[in-house]
Design a protein around this ligand. Structure first.
Ligand SMILES: Nc1ncnc2c1ncn2[C@@H]1O[C@H](COP(=O)(O)OP(=O)(O)O)[C@@H](O)[C@H]1O
Ligand SMILES: [Mg+2]
Length: 340
């Protein structure tokens, strides 16, 4: 591939160091994903400029004029700490007519709202848990079709923000309390979903037109006590100590060939139904009887080496360097006007 001038957009404070760092630092630093991507781009022979963005678009504009990037590598997940503004930054890149990596703004909007995404999937007959949205300042009124246990989440937040064992509720009192908790601490509407008791599966999908799926990954909870819900809470996702204690690990899922193929097929349908582009990870849960439900779609998932997306790509024979190169290629090929 022809060397590109890549403008890497990262969060202010997560700019990776220019020099090579030791392995432990590279694996534990807050900027490890940024470091992995930027250092790999350099190894691939691209010219890279990094800018840290918080609440100001001016540096993006001035770097466009001065550095003239041929593509922007988008590693932003929020703007001014507002997570739903990440798609607006991508819209800005479209207005500047510079190619970018990852998902288009429309796909980001459609998948961000967990209720809107489920409505679209339901239209396409993709199995999703039944749900109810509780707007800010309202109390839940459960329709008869929703039976306990249920799970209460923020309608728009990610990374398991606000998800703990108490998110799964077994009666009205717990439900009201948890909805109030989401309203008051996360300050977004709440979504109350049918609780899917089953295995937790993740599938990486990549592409704009022709889609490739990676092997199905599974989160296992080997040492989790039986009276705990086996779900990806905030602690499960982020506390290494908690992961060790409860035997939490993600690896290739032990599914039959037929089950894997079904999961991958559904993941591609989700990707299309939500107008995603670039790369994404689809989260599903599968009951003991093999019945599966899509939990959510994550455009621009965590890209650090060793994390699920890169690991499952590696399993499919796509090395980290190849993965980054493909992401660049898909970004160069994407035509924003397609979504017009
Ligand atoms: N309907 C559900 N049934 C069972 N578990 C769920 C359900 N929804 C979410 N979970 C659990 O909570 C975790 C986080 O929920 P998710 O909707 O993926 O939010 P986030 O965007 O924070 O990752 C999931 O990975 C899963 O373990
Ligand atoms: Mg998730």
């Amino acid at each position: 591939m022809k060397p590109q001038r890549v403008l890497a957009l990262v969060h202010k404070g997560l700019e990776p160091p220019d020099e090579k760092v030791d392995k432990t630092t590279a694996q534990t630093a807050e900027w490890r994903m940024e470091y992995d991507v930027v250092s790999t781009l350099k190894v691939l022979g691209h010219e890279v400029r990094v800018i840290g963005v918080h609440d100001d678009l001016t540096p993006i504009r001035s770097t466009m004029d001065e550095f003239k990037p041929t593509i922007t590598f988008n590693l932003m997940e929020a703007f001014d700490d507002v997570v739903v503004f990440d798609q607006n930054v991508v819209s800005y890149l479209e207005l500047l007519k510079v190619p970018y990596t990852g998902c288009n703004p429309r796909g980001m909007t459609l998948s961000r709202d967990k209720a809107l995404a489920k409505k679209l999937m339901a239209y396409h007959r993709i199995p999703v848990p039944d749900f109810l949205v509780v707007p800010l300042n309202a109390r839940p009124t459960l329709p008869k079709r929703l039976q306990f246990p249920l799970i209460v989440k923020s309608l728009t937040y990610e990374s398991s923000t606000g998800i703990s064992q108490a998110s799964v509720v077994a009666n009205e009192e717990q439900l009201n309390k948890r909805v109030q908790f989401i309203h008051e601490t996360i300050m977004t509407p709440a979504i109350v979903e049918e609780f899917i008791d089953g295995r937790e599966l993740y599938v990486g999908v990549m592409g704009n037109d022709r889609l490739q799926t990676f092997p199905v990954w599974e989160m296992s909870f080997a040492k989790m006590p039986d009276n705990n819900w086996k779900i990806a809470t905030e602690r499960v996702k982020w506390s290494v100590k908690y992961q060790k204690k409860h035997g939490i690990d993600t690896a290739l899922a032990g599914l039959t060939e037929d089950q894997s193929a079904r999961v991958q097929h559904v993941a591609k349908r989700v990707y299309r139904a939500l107008d995603l582009s670039g790369y994404a990870r689809i989260d599903l849960r599968m009951k003991d009887n093999g019945e599966m439900f899509v939990i959510e779609a994550n455009p621009n998932p965590q890209l650090a080496q060793g994390e699920d997306f890169a690991e499952s790509a590696k399993r499919a024979g796509v090395s980290y360097a190849k993965l980054i190169e493909r992401i660049i290629n898909l970004g160069l090929q994407w035509q924003p006007s397609r979504m017009a």
